[in-house]
Design a protein around this ligand. Sequence first.
Ligand SMILES: [Ca+2]
Ligand SMILES: [Ca+2]
Ligand SMILES: [Ca+2]
Length: 500
Amino acid sequence: MSKRRWLALLFIPGLVLILVLAQPGAASSDDDECQELLLNGDMESGEGWIFPPTAARGVYSTDQFFSPTRSARIGIVDGDNVSSFSSLRQRLQSPGGEQMILSWRMFPLSQPQDGSDLQFVGILNSALAEQRRLWSGVRNDAAWLDCSYDVSEFLSSDIYVNFTVKNDGANGKTALYVDDVSLKVCPAPQQVSPGCAPITPTATVTETVTSTPTNTVTPTPTASFTDTPTPSVTATPTEDATVTSTPTTPSTETPTPSATPTATGVPTDTPTATATATYTSSPTHTPSPSPSPTRTTTPSPTPEHSPTATPTFTPIVSPTPTSTPDTFVCQQLVFNPGFDVGIDNYAGWEQNLFITATYKDKDGIEREGAWFGGATESVHFLYQDIEIPAIAGQTSLNYWWAINPFGMDPPLNASDAMTLTLRNTDDEVLDLLAVIDGDSDSRQWLNASFDLDAYLGQTLRFYAEATTQDTRTSWYLDDVLLNSCARGAAVYLPAMMRDQ
Ligand SMILES: [Ca+2]
Ligand SMILES: [Ca+2]
Ligand SMILES: [Ca+2]
């Protein structure tokens, strides 16, 4: 469905009127008093929007459009199928007011539909950290949707409105055409039904556009999707109900007569630490935490002591622990250490990483874990708070990491680094564990281990943050394990035994 500019030009006046009247997801009541905050929401000029330079950089496009002649396209339609983020964003300082509403129109493509890619829309803070995920999915509607969300919590804030498509470089190519983005501050509350709904022109309009062979618009004014995200106030990245939705093409699904947003955003995973024997230390890898505290990417107090670079013990998995006075019985305290629990694989973690990824290193070792970077000008973080029991014994932190500089990029500069720290729950840095940067061993899964006996009885925040400037370097983390081991007390089952 492309290049029908002349058709659209002919029917624009009627189309616009009809669509304004027929939008189930659009804000209702009069907008006269509202103030528009975005520049160039209709994508017809070059103002306002940033397309960060990535391998699949977004562009303005005339291939699809809603308002007069063009839209913005992110992701991959005809280009090479590369692993890349592709974003469209605009920064603004919102004034105070009664209510703020973000609305946009989008035309999702994923061909063939690829559950390993992702389309998402959200609000970022001025440091590019996602504050709220409004919508995400991997959809291939190949038709325009209309979306509206109340974002009043960001009144008086310095924010970005952000649209991103992530392609994994394999199988389907995923893209999003975006048009008619509006961020309005209104003096009086309006009713907004959060979510995205297909745009449903009347029969007159449908008749006109059916001359285009691939048109799939269905003339059902009450059609709605059931994968509407949870009500706005509670949406967070890990509660996003649309991540695993499997949308069907609008033309084939049975329209639901009324919108029934179901509360499917409740996480099904309860972040309680369980003592599972998932220790995966391999003797073939030399532990190398590569602590190089010569610089950090976050302002932090000078660490008071250096990380221990060698493991203090070699645990082995014992499925049937026995309790004798000379054995250590261990409890693994990190919830979801391998990044494979929950809708987005990040259950239990606070993060803005969105998706996990599988990385196969130069030795052929493959792991799926948390994925940082992969795009220029990115700031990605994750953390989890972990209570360390006040019992005597061995307490250790252990994780796998890898750094993969993007082959075509210039050398990493000072901003292209991942920093791992231990913090308290006030986010004050207690210890610098590692800085993984251009000087680190690359393209290899490596294991790092630290003695945490200094933190018995405390709640620690394991915090990892990666930033990129001009490169698309990727970092990966997997199997973040915190083992608390006590001598002889067989209270945790199953358990790992100390190698004597
Ligand atoms: Ca437009
Ligand atoms: Ca793909
Ligand atoms: Ca994993």
